[in-house]
Design a protein around this ligand. Structure first.
Ligand code: TMP
Length: 232
């Protein structure tokens, strides 16, 4: 079947008229693809974790592009027009935020923070303020309000979901798409797109193990899948 699009971690194939098949790869990149590698089994973990989280969020009133799992590495989703924004929610300072403001990894925040980045690899996904999103016509004021409110609600739901599995959700990135004027949560939600720290040991259980060469990358992905599927 002919590819519609191939990204760094997933391949999209046409499925039905209004649907796509998403194939999750084992390839991993970091730092805007300056670092490349393979995490064996990652595609299976990310497909299954994303499917479980999309189902959980749908059950709690969040509209997503997810339709069903097709195989270990594939899911069927609604075709949407992806908004060129990455929406990040932070519960603690970490990663680029900690670096930008000179904070220790894990420093507390007074309140959960929503940030927007422009989805543009050539520019390195730069941070973008809501006023610039409006000035560039990337989203309307009403859409921005929906993105922010939905992301905060997703954060609240996922924080609880992972706390029951002895994982602290530190931050995560979401992407949204539009279909018939409606904004749907899209892309993936996986250890590639979240920071998850083991509640007891504080150990990162996500892509930071790959980014920072911490070792045990495959094992961490498998453990996250085990806890997600295993329940509380
Ligand atoms: P950051 O601290 O590097 O900005 O990352 C914030 C969150 O977003 C973190 O959970 C990892 C996730 N993320 C992505 O999903 N894709 C990306 O390209 C980047 C840079 C971060």
């Amino acid at each position: 079947m002919e590819k519609l699009y191939e990204g760094k971690a997933k391949v999209l194939y046409p499925e039905g008229e209004d649907t796509l098949r998403v194939y999750f790869k084992d390839e991993a990149t970091a730092f805007n693809a300056q670092k490349r590698g393979v995490i064996p089994g990652k595609g299976v973990v990310n497909n299954k974790v994303s499917a479980a989280l999309f189902r959980y969020l749908e059950a709690h009133g969040i509209r997503t592009h997810f339709l069903k799992e097709l195989s270990d590495r594939e899911m069927e989703v609604r075709r949407v027009a992806i908004l060129p924004l990455e929406v990040i929610l932070r519960f603690r300072a970490a990663g680029s935020f900690a670096k930008r403001y000179g904070l220790a990894e894990g420093a507390p925040l007074k309140a959960p923070l929503v940030e927007f980045s422009l989805k543009n690899d050539a520019l390195g996904d730069p941070l973008i303020c809501p006023e610039a999103v409006l000035a560039l016509g990337l989203a309307t004021e009403a859409e921005l309000a929906t993105l922010k409110a939905t992301t905060l609600r997703v954060g609240e739901l996922l924080k609880g979901f992972f706390a029951e599995r002895s994982l602290e959700l530190v931050d995560f990135k979401l992407e949204f798409g539009k279909k018939d004027g409606e904004i749907l949560l899209a892309d993936e939600i996986s250890p590639d797109t979240m920071r998850l720290w083991d509640t007891k040991t504080g150990e990162p259980m996500d892509k930071d193990r790959f980014r920072k060469d911490l070792g045990g990358v495959e094992e961490a992905y498998q453990e996250v899948l085990r806890r997600v599927l295993g329940g509380a």
